[in-house]
Design a protein around this ligand. Structure first.
Ligand SMILES: [Zn+2]
Length: 151
């Protein structure tokens, strides 16, 4: 099977996930783009901070809001290597991020196409366009390797 080169933002999110592995964190990376520029990049840092809410998406959203000096991330894209959890999906709605790209599905902890399906509720403040699957193989392999090595 031919592997097409990934879009640059997803390649960067995967690079963040690899940085997380080196730091002993769960390999999940996120990048926020606006007008083709990187506004923020982050990986999970729940152990280093220590902060149970320090998921890659949340850290990237906080950094992007600080960099742009605004609480709503209009015109931004969030690229993340794993399907966001309910907390992060909630943050994506609060931030009004118009487009979400995620790589691997997460049947256990995901809340976009699994579990809580946050954006499918009428109460969701905002519903982003969602594009899933780009880089899923690479992202899934990083996670499998990480958890295999820990057993
Ligand atoms: Zn999360």
């Amino acid at each position: 099977m031919t592997r097409w080169p990934l879009p640059q933002p997803m390649a960067l999110a995967l690079e963040q996930a690899r940085k997380a592995v080196r730091a002993g964190e769960v390999p999940i990376g996120a990048v926020i783009m606006k007008d083709g520029e990187i506004v923020a990049a982050a990986h999970n840092e729940t152990r280093a901070l220590p902060d149970p809410t320090a998921h890659a998406e949340l850290l990237a959203i906080r950094r992007a809001a600080q960099t742009l000096g605004q609480e709503r991330l209009d015109g931004c894209e969030l690229w993340v290597t794993l399907e966001p959890c309910a907390m992060c999906a909630g943050a994506i709605a609060h931030a009004r991020i118009p487009r979400l790209y995620y790589a691997a599905p997460d049947p256990k902890g995901g809340a976009v196409e699994h579990g809580a399906r946050v954006f499918e509720h009428a109460q969701s403040l905002h519903v982003p366009e969602v594009y899933a699957g780009l880089g899923a193989e690479e992202a899934g392999e990083l996670l499998r390797e990480f958890f295999r090595a820990r057993r």
